[in-house]
Design a protein around this ligand. Sequence first.
Ligand code: IPE
Ligand code: IPE
Ligand code: MG
Length: 257
Amino acid sequence: MIQPINYSTLPVDLHPEALPSHVAVIMDGNGRWATQRGLPRVAGHRQGAQTVKDLLRCCKDWGIEALTVYAFSTENWRRPMAEVTFLLRLFERLLRRELADMQREGVRIRFLGDLSPLPERLQALMQEAMAMTCSNQRVQFNVAVNYGGRQELVAATRHIAQQVACGAISINDVDEAALARVLLTYPLPDPELLIRTSGEQRLSNFLPWQLAYTELYFTDLLWPEFDRAAFYQALQWYQGRQRRFGGLAPAPLPQSL
Ligand code: IPE
Ligand code: IPE
Ligand code: MG
């Protein structure tokens, strides 16, 4: 009898030394998942929250050091108010419910994006979660909320312009490293792998700088369907890629964070 694969540890055919150290995910397709089942769209968001919880745990179990997920874009405010309100409440509920477990499991959580338009109670909770988990080292979990890549680059440009204007750095110091230092993902390395579910093949304003040389993996699965077996497939695909960065030979493997 064929035994079902047990995904609690890294599947044996994946090479631990060739795993991405940082995975980025555009969690898309919650609404369609719910609509296909005759459910309201928000039921898809609720289910999607379970998926991300398990993916984070999976990263921890398999030795992937950083996970950055796109939870709410600067463009998502265009959705009906009821859906936006539901999402913000869901973030709050999840954070309340999961914070103690994340702390116990060594998760360091960071929210990337402009948090200032969010309800004050949610902002306070997010700040508390970031402060409480800031010295954890097992896995870094970044949640992009009210995040927009172009806005991030505008803010970074302003930051650098200010540094130049006040004489802290000179124009000649403005290079790729200086810009990377004022991005929200600093000091993490760029993601080696991006996963987008639901069949869409675009970035939707997610990490435009950081994804410049990332391997892009698209799957037709809807986000609530993206389980450990699907992640395993994405990693198998990733391990089959040759990352050349413009050269002719495969690049060395990623360093540990
Ligand atoms: C992704 O699922 C979750 C968020 C954008 C918050 P969607 O809500 O975009 O689901 P679809 O794309 O409409 O199916
Ligand atoms: C991208 O998904 C944003 C998130 C997953 C949070 P969208 O569903 O908002 O993107 P578009 O509208 O298809 O580009
Ligand atoms: Mg979508």
